[in-house]
Structures are given as C-alpha cells and as structure tokens.
Design a protein around this ligand. Structure first.
Ligand code: GUN
Length: 298
C-alpha cells in the first residue's frame, strides 16, 4: 500500500480562506477587527521564524497584528508588564508568547499572567481545565486543534479508533489526548499516550489505527512500528545534516516518511502537513477570542 498524503497546506488554505471571510464579515457587521499580539523573548532562530510566519498570516487574513521582541536577558517583570499592557489593550484579543522562553524564565509565570480570555494558545490552567472538561467556551491548543481539523477534512474517522500519541508535552501530547478522548463528534477515540519511560513503544504503536508522533526525534517512527493501513500524523520538525542540501541540513519529521508511507493508509508530510494547520488554528482562535470578548455568537 502507498499512503495517501494528508495535505496540510491545502487544508490550511481552505481554513484560512474561511477565517478571512469571517474577519471581513465581522468588520461589516460589528465594525470589529480581531487582533493578535505575538511576543518573542530572545533570538532563537527557529522561534523567530515561527513568530514571523504567525504575524504574516495574521495580516494576510485582515487581523490586526502586533509583534513584540524582548531581549533574551529580559527580566521576568518586563515580560509581565508587556503582558499586563496587552491584557488591557482592547485592540488585542489574543496573546501568544512563543515557547520555549529563555531557560532562566519561568514559563508557568508567563502563562498565568495572560488573561485566559486572550490565551489563544490554550496554555493557561483555566483553559487547560476547560479543555479536559470538554467545555467549549475556551480555546483548543493550536497544534492538536489543527490535527483534529486535518483528520476531519480528510474524512478520517476517529470514533472508536485506537489513537497512539508518542510524546506527552503540554503543547501537543497531553492536549491531543484530551481532544481525542472527548465524547464529542469528531473525537470519541480510545487513546494511549507513550513517552520516554514507556516500555516497548512498538507494542503500542503496532496496535494503533492512528499514530501521532510528537517527540522531537528525527525519523523516530519506522515502518516496523506501525500496522498495515495505519494513519500517521507527524508533528515533528527536526533539522538533520545533509551535505547534498545547499544549507547543509534539511528538515524532517518524527516519522521515517519514505518507508512508513509504504505501509500507512494516510500520512502527513513534513513540511506541509501539521505545521500550516497550527497557524490556521491560531487564526481561528484569534477570531473566536474577538467574538467571545464582544459577546458575539457563532
Ligand atoms: N512553540 C511551538 N509551538 C508553539 C505554539 O503552538 N505556541 C507557542 N506559543 N509556542 C510554540
């Protein structure tokens, strides 16, 4: 079997198109423009690239954008002051502080400082709690939300399916588990979460109908770790050396794409799979934040 490609670029373009239309409608009906602030602390190259991609997409969709860059040695107080200012700013409906912050900074302090109503990442404990409870007035975290939309758009049913998530991060693994397990349309899966202390990961992944790889290890999931016809979702973005590439490296996911694609039924590529969906989901959340803050339904 040769897997069908789950095209995240196409799905994200469709979703972004819908968002842009709703943003335009909101301007017409309520004279409102959703606003997103992205905050980058430090000069990590990858984080800087992601933040720029988010700011660019925001503007493209007609959303108001603010980008704030702070020094990598910024004091925690300075970051908290920036967040306090954004919390009060009526033009800003969503606040995103790119993760991870520099090592000396306590991320939980930053996350708790963001007004939960503006927490479009769904990192604040209030929103994480709502997510687990299945309450729908918070936000879904961008990457897992993007994956749920990607599965749905490709007609990949999760009901009663065994989903095995590799990785237990707060950004992907844990919220992915919370979304898939909900008693809700488009979820209702049986979920296993594997991590660095799991014994014999292959024993779990080989029983999976859907495998979600989110561990940050280049090409970790090999062909002998999945069953025939499994759906494979690759969240990884890893740099590996490649002397043939002009840059000296190339980007690969957490899945050994070529070999796994020969056995899977569906697979997401890297790039062009989950990545663009994460940003499209962020745009949805920003629009939702704006509507919620202005008591607009639908
Ligand atoms: N770093 C990697 N993914 C994300 C994300 O979805 N949001 C934020 N804030 N930081 C990230």
């Amino acid at each position: 079997m040769q897997a069908r490609i789950i095209d995240g670029k196409k799905a994200s373009e469709e979703l972004n198109q819908e968002t842009a239309i709703e943003v335009a409608n909101l301007a017409r009906s309520h004279n409102l423009q959703p606003g997103l602030a992205v905050v980058l602390i430090g000069d990590d190259h990858a984080s800087s690239v992601y933040v720029n991609m988010k700011a660019k997409k925001t503007i493209e969709l007609g959303i108001y954008s603010e980008k704030i860059v702070l020094d990598k040695n910024a004091a925690a107080d300075e970051v908290l002051q920036v967040i306090a200012r954004l919390n009060k700013n009526p033009k800003i409906h969503g606040i995103l502080v790119q993760s991870p912050p520099p090592p000396q900074m306590d991320e939980s302090l930053i996350v708790r400082a963001i007004n939960p109503a503006k927490d479009v990442d769904c990192f604040h404990p209030v929103n994480v709690g709502k997510l687990l409870l299945g309450e729908n007035d918070g936000f879904y975290p961008c990457t897992p939300y993007g994956i749920m939309i990607l599965l749905e758009k490709n007609g990949i049913d999760t009901v009663g399916k065994h989903c095995v998530i590799i990785g237990r991060s707060n950004i992907v693994g844990k919220p992915m588990m919370a979304l898939l397990v909900q008693k809700e349309k488009g979820a209702n899966a049986t979920v296993t979460v594997c991590h660095s202390m799991t014994k014999n990961i292959s024993d779990h992944t080989r029983r999976a109908d859907i495998v979600i790889a989110a561990i940050g290890k280049a090409e970790f999931l090999k062909v002998d770790m999945i069953k025939d016809g499994a759906v494979v979702v690759d969240v990884g973005i890893n740099r590996i050396e490649d002397s043939k590439s002009p840059k000296g490296y190339r980007i690969v996911g957490d899945v050994a794409f070529e070999e796994v694609a020969r056995k899977a039924s569906w697979i997401t590529p890297v790039p062009g799979g989950v990545g663009p969906m994460t940003i499209a989901a962020l745009m949805r959340n920003t629009l939702k934040a704006c509507k919620l803050q202005n008591n607009i339904n639908g």
